[in-house]
Design a binder for this molecule. Sequence first.
Ligand code: AGP
Length: 373
Amino acid sequence: SAAEKGGWDSYMDKEIHEDPAAVSETLLGRFDAKGTLNLDEVHIDEDVFRQVDKIIVVACGTASYAGLVAKYAIEHWVRIPVEVELAHEFRYRDPILTPRTLVVAISQSGETMDTLMALRHAREQGSRVLAICNTQGSTIPRESDAVLYTHAGPEIAVASTKAFVAQIVAAYLLGLYLAQVKGTMFRDEIRHIVTDLKAMPEKIQWVLDTQADTIAKTAKQMLNAHSFIFLGRHVGYPVALEGALKLKEIAYTFSEGFAAGELKHGPIALVDAGEPVVCIIPSPRGRAVLHSKMLSSIEEVKARGAFTIAVAEEGDESVANYADVTFWRPQCPTLLSPLVDVVPLQLFAMDMSVLKKNDVDKPRNLAKSVTVE
Ligand code: AGP
């Protein structure tokens, strides 16, 4: 009913606008006065965490993209390999699991059968499983050794939005916790990142407050596009995958995300005059090489006549030369940028879906949680 949607046009609309709260609630109460991280629902011995020498994330769809974002951060902070595997592929390839492997199952619903089967397999092989889950008491957390709950609140729309940003935050907390117990980071560095994380809800809010009009206008302009290409590098790559998935799910528009570096290895042949390419541009204040490589990607597709949509950092003037439209987001550290970069893509998919008169919350052929294999 309209009342349940709190005045929003759809659950998805409501839930996108809950992105800031999903981040702040997931961060709440994890740190004591001294800045020590406590994963309150996690009951695995600190010693066990100290011994972890590999992480395997198992998940499906959007949750797997959150895992892919976390891979960049956790490998950088903790210096152990992080593999991200689609849960349905994991079990059938004889994965290498030891008691020192930590399997992280990420699931909004906690009922995804593919993910559940993967975690059962991991436990049978003697590995420990930590669930990152949004649903209290659901099957996946019940069958895991530990749980880190995302506090995004119930997500009703089939297309996942606020759960995604909350999953990234939870996986980052796990990474920082591991860095703390393994001593791979100084306490001050951890504290610094936590401060940056706490600033993210306000930055997401800024995107919601200032970019909606440009996004709506662009959706109208792109209504008859045949297909969308999304390009990103580093943490922008999973954001590209997620942006493409949202459009597939609710706008029913063929779209695909690619790592920008792959462009010349094939996908550039798809670029067609007037057809949209969405480019996630990293901060120019971050690693210069990431920014300049992504700029050459947008330049290449622009030169071939693509309609270019950039997601870029406020103040990045270099983008103006290549972007037909820019969705701006505030300055933030590169590793945290997916939390803001994904927001305009969520709004964009929703606007496209509404304009096409699709059922935004209940897209055709899809279920909220896939409880069959
Ligand atoms: C996201 O928009 C999708 N509906 C889907 O990919 C979803 O993320 C996937 O099925 C995993 O669901 P879960 O998080 O409940 O396990």
